[in-house]
Design a binder for this molecule. Structure first.
Ligand code: SF4
Length: 248
């Protein structure tokens, strides 16, 4: 039987501009990991609103395919994204899957060797802004490439995390290679879809912010393979998310 889908056609006013999105959401029970393709479209649409505002001020987004200058940073992902990424890796042809799993494993070994692995596991709990910045800088200085980075391009571009979609700069890509990044001009987004997503670990948006560094994603998914994410009828889950986005 074909999957039942409920059409949607939304228009939100964000950052003084209109964001329109239409499509269909599966009517049956969905987890946040199942809903991610729609959340990714939302994040891209918010990024486009931000790009229009940047261009209206005479600047341009400098991020381009083939530039992986920022892909050695500590990339935060939500728990549903960790699961989603792990599923994408599982579905890859064996040779590529093994290569990527190997990069994750070597990244973790390197972090352990440098004495940062335990601290990384607690990174989401660091509340002090300055301590968080210093930790991110120390991580960047290790120069560990994202396991999905291939020839300085994102090897999972259509599936990349929301935080990667939200990192947009107008400054020179060369500036992004500087761990301190004093000259990096990041684009301020009118809404951060990632921040909302971190609260949807409970499937309802009432959770505390939960995320993990991407290098831990496969290990996290493996550890939690017997504890499935909560589910909710797809249209309800999507509507909840849109309400959070609209309310800012
Ligand atoms: S997922 Fe892609 S865009 Fe994000 S850090 Fe990795 S290689 Fe870069």
């Amino acid at each position: 039987m074909p999957e039942q889908r409920e059409p949607f056609n939304i228009e939100l006013k964000i950052g003084g501009r209109r964001l329109r999105l239409e499509g269909a959401v599966p009517a049956g029970p969905l987890s946040m990991a199942d809903l991610l393709p729609l959340i990714q479209r939302l994040a891209d649409a918010v990024g486009e609103v931000a790009a229009q505002e940047v261009e209206a001020r005479g600047k341009k987004i400098a991020c381009r395919a083939g530039c992986g200058a920022c892909c050695r940073q500590l990339v935060p992902v939500s728990e549903p994204e960790a699961l989603y990424l792990s599923q994408r890796v599982d579905a890859m042809p064996a040779e590529r899957r093994d290569r990527i799993r190997g990069r994750f494993a070597r990244g973790l070994e390197e972090l352990d060797r440098r004495g940062m692995l335990e601290a990384l596991r607690g990174a989401a709990g660091v509340r002090d802004r300055e301590a968080r910045r210093a930790f991110g800088e120390a991580y960047f200085r290790l120069g560990i490439p994202c396991p999905f980075l291939e020839d300085e391009s994102c090897g999972i571009h259509p599936h990349r995390p929301i935080s990667c979609r939200e990192y947009l700069v107008t400054s020179s890509p060369a500036d992004c290679a500087d761990p301190v990044g004093r000259r990096v001009e990041t684009v301020t987004l009118p809404r951060r879809v990632s921040s909302i997503l971190y609260r949807f670990g409970d499937g309802a948006g009432g959770d505390s912010a939960r995320w993990l560094p991407m290098i831990l994603a496969l290990a996290w998914a493996q550890e939690h393979r017997d504890s499935p994410l909560p589910t909710c009828p797809g249209p309800e889950l999507f509507e909840n998310f849109i309400r959070r986005l609209a309310s800012g």
